[in-house]
Design a protein around this ligand. Structure first.
Ligand SMILES: Cc1ncc(COP(=O)(O)O)c(C=O)c1O
Length: 379
């Protein structure tokens, strides 16, 4: 089966006496046992539930992975992946990474005896210089947030493999429709399914996908022990959302390309960051690695006042955190996704206070461009 068919058909055969086309929500905390000789497939919803299991099989298949565990949020999924580390281990983390992962690695992990230093994911060869005798894992993501740098996933995975390190890649920004990191040599893929996979801004969720049975067993035990389980209804919503991932992603990518091209020629915009533009430093790498260029665009202005004015003047682009939903959003990273970093840390990562991030939705693109045009006319 190909991508769009897998999203609709994997693990979704008609079942039960009424053969519902859409699976019911199994809103039950516990399930009955036939007898004490056989442990049922589903016994207790913290560990397993039919809605969770279907979602996991679909996400695994879309990432070309064997195994998936669904979690109650993207952060819970990342915590499970980092749970492979033990006291005394060292983590190498890409400096350009989601603020929540940054906080987890620099605030929580040290309390558990795990140290973390950063590396530049634009330079896979630098891993050799940054590795320490106790380094166990590399975590990275791309396209990066918010300046949309594309990282050479296969390059980093192969350097990490030579050094004997586990690789964890956060594929939230691209979604499995645009790239499959397991195929590029990564060991573990994590997602905030809150974003493109669910796609409708109505549910928080996460997932960890791998081809390694032992690691999968660990991720399942982690979920079972910690209890970071998504509810049956949340799994049902995510499954409903993921069915349209292919058509949504096509529309996100087409609209984002048009929005980026419009902004690039606009005299009030200083710079546009979108890998689909010929001017983007990673355009060639993105063409090789991704099936299209994604739905996220960052725009830079001359002044902070201009950026804030535009963010507060759009009418269709809603001023809100998050990304990957069908509706367009505009975000101001210093007060939203990157609020926990200091101004200095943001500047080191190329995130100036003059930058806005657009999550381009699937509305009619003429309306999106007209909305940006009227907002830009106000500065
Ligand atoms: C790249 C990335 N990873 C992980 C997360 C965390 O996901 P969640 O909010 O579902 O916990 C986010 C949230 O914005 C994100 O952008």
């Amino acid at each position: 089966m190909k991508f769009a068919t897998k999203a609709l058909r994997v693990a979704q055969d008609l079942q039960g006496p009424y053969k519902p086309v859409i699976p019911p929500i199994y809103q039950s905390a516990t399930f009955g046992w036939e007898n004490l000789d056989t442990i049922p497939k589903f016994d207790y919803t913290r560990c397993a539930n039919p809605n969770k299991s279907t979602l996991e099989q679909v996400i695994a298949s879309l990432e070309n992975g064997k195994y998936c565990v669904a979690y109650s949020s993207g952060m819970a999924a990342i915590q499970a992946a980092l749970g492979l580390l033990q006291a005394g281990d060292h983590l190498l983390m890409a400096s350009d990474i989601y603020g929540g992962t940054h906080r987890l690695a620099h605030v929580l992990l040290p309390r558990q005896g795990v140290t973390c230093t950063e590396f530049c994911a634009q330079e896979p060869l630098c891993l050799k210089e940054r590795v320490q005798p106790n380094t166990k894992m590399v975590i990275f993501e791309g396209p990066t947030n918010p300046n949309m740098r594309v990282v050479d996933i296969a390059g980093i995975a192969s350097e990490a493999k030579k050094l004997g390190l586990i690789t964890v890649f956060d594929n939230t920004f691209a979604s499995p429709y645009l790239q499959n990191p397991l195929d590029l040599g990564v060991d573990v893929v994590v997602h905030s399914t809150t974003k493109y996979i669910s796609g409708h801004s109505d549910v928080i969720g996460g997932a960890v996908i791998t081809n390694d049975e032992a690691k999968h067993n660990f991720f399942f035990e982690f979920l079972k022990t910690v209890g970071s389980t998504p509810s049956p209804f949340d799994n049902w919503l995510s499954l409903r959302g993921v069915k349209t991932l292919a058509v949504r992603m096509k529309a996100h990518c087409e609209n984002a390309q048009a929005v980026a091209e419009f902004c690039e020629q606009h005299p009030r915009v200083k710079k546009v960051h979108y890998p689909g533009l010929l001017t983007h430093p990673d355009h060639q790498l993105a063409k090789r690695q991704m099936r299209a260029f994604g739905g996220m665009v960052a725009i830079d202005f001359e002044t902070v006042e201009q950026a804030k004015k535009v963010a507060q003047s759009t009418k269709i682009f809603l001023l809100a955190e998050s990304l990957g939903g069908v509706e367009s959003l505009v975000a101001y990273p210093p007060l939203m996704s990157h609020a926990t970093m200091t101004e200095e840390q943001r500047l080191e990562r190329g995130i100036p206070p003059t930058m806005l991030r657009l999550s381009v939705g699937i509305e009619d693109v003429e309306d999106l461009i007209a909305d940006l045009d009227q907002a830009l006319a106000q500065i």
